[in-house]
Design a protein around this ligand. Structure first.
Ligand code: 5GP
Length: 114
């Protein structure tokens, strides 16, 4: 499967509002935010969907969680709470096929999700 726009964001070929970066992960603001803080944390390697996580790349997924936790502390939303979501394929609502953790904070989240 062809690379997505997120590969271009990783290579800085197209602009993004980057709020977090380390050797494994990039975090940038979602262009269509669903909460006061809506950041996408993505691995710097392409993993197309949640189904494609395996023993060779699972460390990247752990790094997404670590990055999200650090960011929550940095913006002072760790105690208020937040939501991390990864959508998979059609029923999950995935539209970009490079896994990304949605980080949503700054308002009350509802459950069950729509
Ligand atoms: P999905 O529906 O795949 O879980 O989420 C994809 C997310 O990527 C959407 O929330 C959408 O707004 C965001 N998105 C799509 N293209 C871009 C882009 O070029 N830049 C940024 N910052 N976000 C994007």
């Amino acid at each position: 499967m062809a690379e997505t726009i997120f590969s271009k964001i990783i290579r800085k070929e197209i602009p993004a509002d980057i709020v977090y970066e380390d050797d494994y992960v990039l975090g940038f603001k979602d262009i269509n935010p669903q909460a006061p803080f809506h950041v996408l944390f993505i691995p710097k390697v392409r993993i197309a969907t949640h189904n494609d996580i395996d023993n060779s790349n699972v460390d990247y997924v752990a790094k997404l969680h670590l990055a999200a936790g650090k960011y929550a502390k940095e913006i002072g939303e760790d105690e208020n709470g937040y939501r991390v979501v990864m959508n998979c394929n059609g029923n999950g609502g995935q539209t970009v096929f490079h896994i990304h953790m949605h980080f949503l904070a700054g308002r009350q989240m509802n459950w069950p999700p729509g």
